[in-house]
Write a protein of this length. Structure first.
Lengths: 355, 464
């Protein structure tokens, strides 16, 4: 019998939304236990990883899937962070609405930047977005009465329920935000929009001939990517406790781009590796330089140097980043396993045949 | 038969879920039972006190400011070499935040949650420390002697945060008082950094100077400071300002004086202490001149621009070599931080670090053998006024006042005073030109200080 219910039952397990939701729920449950087991400081770090996953996923969509580049994602993060901080200081709005507003304002700026970006490519687009990263902080300094100037605007995380410690609570908020973002993006990429993003990346003329509105698609990708950066910025503002211009230096934008490439451009899971590197590399490089007795002058740039080395290494050995490399290893292993499996089956068959 | 298994020999799904839940529960049980022995004070053992800080060791704010923490460590090493405080050695862990508040937030959590510091002592910067003020107070970690003159540190909302240096508004009031008394009737112009530092200095100046005497107010942005402040200087000249007050960081002081000299404009300079330390500003004037294509002779001459400038100080500057504090500080830095001494010598920044660390050591002594965080804060509130420091005035700490020094003296940089000699060269000296003034950052009057100025205790002198 073909009732609507059975039809639903047949379609749901294979539906991308269900699959992504299932994966996200699994990851969420694992992270729930992980954060309960970790120390508050490690929770704080997991939260930071989550916020960078949000920013990098958006960037991965823009660059890897749609073929546009941005050296100004730090500026979109700043817009999101200031939006949340301003709302927190001037209104008593609902926390979730404040986060959505951060996504909204940065996505709107993404449209504004995305429109001229449709006419620019490669280094010219990089230049335009670089300008954004350089130009936004002075604006916040200029109108210091509104944006708090040097001192910045304070942010407050909603009080943790029960006896939960604040680091764990913030970590949950950020992890949840990252899971929602990744699920939504994963679905988007499997939808009509994802296909048009890729079509535009591969060949704009062919995409236009196939009926894809190239300019609109590019602006949409830019806007979604900027919205993700806005949410990440809002989360960064919550982690820091203050939103001020010093948190969004040019190096942030550059590091995001590098982390995305190292993680695996165009993938979403790869962004986790990129985010882990962003959070832990400075610590590893500090302990490394302490071990070898390097001065602070070296220490400050060691993380950037290692990142650079990773970047060059990725370009040479694994252009699809860590995730691409892992996927390659996995496929090889699976290939080997199934080959081995086939071999045992054959042997089995032979032995069966002999009895 | 073994265990019941599903197809393919894998455990049944419900069994897997149950396993996961059990593992998770076990993990969380471990996590909650771990830090049970929290009866003692974090960071304090019978033999040590661990404290931490975040300071800019690299990046744009580092030049000069990176000298403070090593100088503080010299004091702690001196204390440790003499048996510590109640037998406890002070371990000072300072991390580089590059003046980025997001990095400060992460590193401060690392210090508090992972390294279990007893207190955050001598962390630098307004935006950076504002970022962690809420966190440190919520965690009950004292945020002591913040290296910034923001008016924001004395806030009842944050009982564990204490400033140390005079609030910038006090700088402005003292300099304004001097201008009113000595340059009466002259036209005054301001050039200030357009953030809380510059604005607070101007707030203090405006309390003392009649509004009609201020003919021009120019600003610059610290983040975009890259070249000479020619436009601002030209505007000050056009407005006919005879006295120019600079509320500037050292680089901006140099970038204002050089273009002024180039257009033949030589007003009476009054420079806030933040941007007036000759061993810091002198080399900048010289290097900017040679970078701008000036000859070696012109570079040397550029240092002469500081001659005659008025500034303020709250402790005896390094050029007063006969001052007992300066002698003690020099010896201490030389013996206990030889690498830093070779690099910078005793200058305004290393003096600052030594005085701040010595303040903290006394707070530890007064907090007693049974050291707790709350005990430390109340010891400072109770005994802070009696601490011995190089400051001209005693510290102002009480249960409601969380500012340190609220008194300063006006100085004139002059080539007739003995110079400040450091490993980097010989720099213009200075001489006091006013009584010591005391005032609060609020509306209160500027008064002459009539009390005593402390001298270094025998223990410090013996070492030195």
């Amino acid at each position: 019998m073909d009732t609507p219910l059975t039809r639903l039952g047949r379609t749901v397990p294979g539906h991308p939304l269900a699959r992504h939701l299932g994966l996200a729920l699994g990851a969420g449950a694992a992270l729930y236990f992980l954060t309960s087991a970790l120390s508050p400081y490690n929770d704080f770090e997991v939260g930071e990883i989550a916020l960078y996953v949000v920013a990098l996923s958006g960037l991965s969509l823009l660059t890897g899937v749609n073929g546009q580049i941005s050296l100004g994602h730090g500026a979109f993060m700043a817009v999101g962070a200031y939006t949340v901080a301003l709302l927190m200081n001037h209104t008593g709005a609902n926390f979730v609405l404040e986060l959505l507003a951060a996504v909204g304002t940065s996505a709107a700026l993404g449209v504004v930047i995305g429109i001229p970006a449709t006419r620019l490519k490669g280094p010219y687009l990089a230049g335009l977005t670089l300008l954004l990263a350089l130009a936004l902080p002075p604006i916040a300094d200029k109108w210091s009465n509104t944006f708090g100037g040097d001192q910045g605007l304070t942010t407050t995380v909603p009080t943790a329920p029960g006896s939960l410690n604040p680091e764990e609570w913030l970590c949950w908020i950020q992890v949840l935000g990252a899971l929602v973002t990744v699920v939504l993006l994963a679905n988007l990429l499997q939808s009509r929009f994802g296909r048009s993003f890729r079509a535009v990346r591969d060949n704009e003329v062919a995409a236009a001939l196939a009926g894809v509105h190239v300019a609109r698609t590019k602006v949409l990708a830019f806007s979604i990517s900027a919205g993700c950066a806005g949410l990440a910025g809002a989360f960064l503002g919550l982690s820091t406790g203050v939103v001020s211009t010093g948190e969004f230096p040019l190096t942030l934008s550059i590091q995001l781009l590098a982390a995305m490439v190292v993680g695996g451009t165009g993938t979403l899971v790869g962004m986790v590796w990129g985010a882990v590197l962003l959070v832990y590399l400075p610590q590893w490089s500090t302990s490394l330089s302490n071990q070898f007795g390097l001065g602070t002058g070296v220490n400050a740039y060691l993380a950037t140097i290692i990142f650079g080395a990773f970047l060059i290494g990725a370009m040479l050995i694994a252009p699809s980043g860590i995730q691409g490399g892992l996927r390659w290893v996995w496929q090889r292993a699976r290939g080997a396993m199934s080959a081995a499996g086939a071999a045992t089956n054959v042997q089995h068959g032979v032995s069966q045949g002999s009895t | 038969m073994g265990h019941r298994r599903g197809r393919n020999g894998r455990p049944l799904p419900w069994a897997r879920a149950a396993l996961a839940v059990a593992a998770g529960a076990a993990l969380s049980a471990v996590a909650t039972s771990a830090p049970a022995g929290a009866a003692s004070t974090p960071g304090v053992t019978a033999h040590s006190i661990t404290i931490g800080a975040t300071v800019p060791l690299t990046g744009p704010a580092a030049p000069g400011y990176d000298e403070i923490a090593p100088a503080m460590n010299a004091v702690f090493d001196w204390v440790n070499a003499h048996g510590g405080v109640y037998g406890r050695k002070i371990l000072y862990k300072y991390l580089d935040d590059g003046y980025n508040p997001a990095t400060t937030a992460t590193l401060t959590r690392q210090l508090v949650l992972q390294d279990d510091i007893f207190a955050d002592v001598g962390s630098l910067g307004t935006p950076t420390q504002a970022a962690v003020q809420g966190f440190l107070n919520a965690q009950k970690v004292p945020q002591l002697f913040i290296e910034s003159g923001c008016n924001c540190w004395s806030n009842p909302k944050y009982p564990l945060s204490l400033g140390w240096q005079p609030p910038y508004t006090v700088d402005g009031k003292v300099l304004g008082t001097y201008i009113k008394a000595n340059f009466a009737g002259k036209k005054v112009g301001y050039l200030y950094q357009d953030d809380e530092f510059g604005q607070d200095v101007v707030k203090g100046l405006d309390m003392e100077l009649p509004a009609s005497s201020v003919v021009s107010r120019q600003t610059y942005d610290a983040a975009t400071l890259a070249g000479p402040l020619s436009n601002q200087v030209a505007a000050l000249k056009a407005a006919g300002a005879q006295v120019v007050v600079l509320a500037t960081i050292p680089a901006a002081t140099a970038l204002a004086m050089l273009p002024a000299a180039a257009i033949g404009y030589s007003p009476q300079y009054v420079i806030d202490s933040v941007g007036a330390d000759p061993p810091t500003v002198g080399p900048l004037l010289a290097s900017f001149t040679s970078k701008g294509g000036g000859s070696a002779a012109q570079a040397t001459a550029a240092e002469g621009l500081l001659n005659g400038a008025i500034t303020d100080s709250y402790f005896a500057p390094e050029s007063e070599t006969s001052n007992a504090w300066v002698q003690v500080e020099k010896k201490l830095l030389k013996d206990y931080a030889p690498a830093q001494y070779a690099k910078s010598g005793l200058d305004g920044n290393t003096q600052y670090g030594i005085a701040l660390a010595y303040t903290f050591v006394q707070a530890l002594q007064k907090a007693g053998k049974n050291l707790t965080r709350a005990g430390l804060i109340s010891a400072i509130a109770k005994y802070g006024k009696s601490f011995v420091t190089p400051g001209f005035v005693p510290l102002s700490y009480s249960s409601s006042v969380h500012f340190g020094f609220e008194g300063e003296q006006v100085y004139k940089l002059t080539s007739t005073a003995p110079p400040a000699v450091t490993p980097t060269g010989s720099w213009i000296g200075s001489t006091p030109v006013s009584p010591v003034y005391v005032t609060s950052p609020g509306k209160g009057p500027v008064k002459k200080y009539t009390g005593k100025t402390s001298t270094p205790p025998a223990s410090l002198k013996r070492t030195a």
